[in-house]
Design a protein around this ligand. Structure first.
Ligand SMILES: [Ca+2]
Ligand SMILES: [Ca+2]
Ligand SMILES: [Ca+2]
Ligand SMILES: [Ca+2]
Length: 281
């Protein structure tokens, strides 16, 4: 159980007398002084109770010097029979009729740790307590960002003097010898975003130019990539043979696109394509 600890230790009556005491009225949300469970506190975590709803329910009026947040659940331990009850706090008005005045004894008040945005990360651990987000981004919203690692990705083809690393291929033209050629391609897909990516695909296209146009460039192959956590990457590897190119011959461009099916809303959708010159001779 995670809680925000705001323990208050009253070391002596002298120190306590120097404090400005406020009365805090705690209402049990269940009748008859029954124990309020963590589950019940969770269900009612950020609920605000009207006085009408609280009327008739058990309450205690305690004088302490510590400011508390209204409408939160607290677990009280004053050593006076109030141990381990979750209560909702209602006000700070001075009451002349305190049931308990905390002066010279130890006391602890523990605020129940809500999950205000319901993302499964309790408020004290949540960097964005009012915006839902994944644990991989400490509870804050964010986007994956997929791209091709040009230094980690390679292609080897029948071109023996072409550079193999994407980043240094430049204008080299990889090619397949018709009909027996083979090109082995290892695309390193990386996620540099703040949250994990969903499973995605890498698409391989034949194009007349180095720009991917969905309605005119034809996809010849798809490779699956599983989910990637932030700052991680995986290889999408494939081998292309002459028949994969569906009778396309001569010079053209081979375009490689990460998140081809757009399964991920990325922080940058415009860096997903790598284009290289290609040919079937
Ligand atoms: Ca949360
Ligand atoms: Ca959050
Ligand atoms: Ca991207
Ligand atoms: Ca995308």
């Amino acid at each position: 159980m995670k809680k925000i600890i705001i323990s208050i230790i009253f070391l002596s009556g002298f120190i306590s007398m120097a404090q400005s005491h406020k009365s805090h009225v705690f209402y049990s949300i269940i009748h008859n002084q029954g124990t309020i469970t963590e589950n019940l506190a969770s269900q009612n975590c950020d609920r605000t109770f009207t006085f009408q709803q609280l009327r008739g329910r058990f309450y205690v009026n305690i004088s302490i010097a510590t400011p508390l947040q209204p409408n939160k659940f607290y677990q009280l331990d004053f050593g006076r029979g109030l141990n381990y009850y979750y209560l909702t706090y209602s006000g700070t008005n001075e009451h002349p009729d305190e049931d308990y005045r905390v002066d010279s004894q130890s006391a602890s008040i523990v605020q129940y740790d809500c999950d205000s945005d319901g993302d499964g990360i309790s408020d004290s651990q949540d960097n964005c307590p009012n915006q839902a987000g994944p644990a991989s981004n400490n509870g804050c919203p964010g986007n994956p960002e997929l791209s091709i690692d040009l230094n980690g990705s390679t292609i080897s083809s029948d071109c023996s003097n072409c550079d193999n690393i994407f980043n240094s291929i430049g204008s080299d033209r990889h090619y397949l010898v018709d009909p027996t050629g083979i090109a082995n391609i290892d695309v390193f897909v990386k996620n540099t975003g703040s949250v994990s990516s969903s499973a995605s695909t890498v698409g391989f296209y034949v194009s007349n130019d180095n720009v991917l146009q969905g309605n005119s460039d034809s996809r010849i192959k798809t490779v699956n990539v599983s989910s990637l956590s932030p700052n991680s990457g995986k290889y999408a590897s494939t081998s292309l043979f002459v028949p994969d190119f569906n009778s396309v011959g001569g010079n053209f461009w081979l375009l490689i696109k990460v998140d081809d099916s757009n399964a991920n809303q990325e922080s940058n959708e415009n860096n997903n394509v790598f284009a290289l010159r290609f040919a079937i001779n």
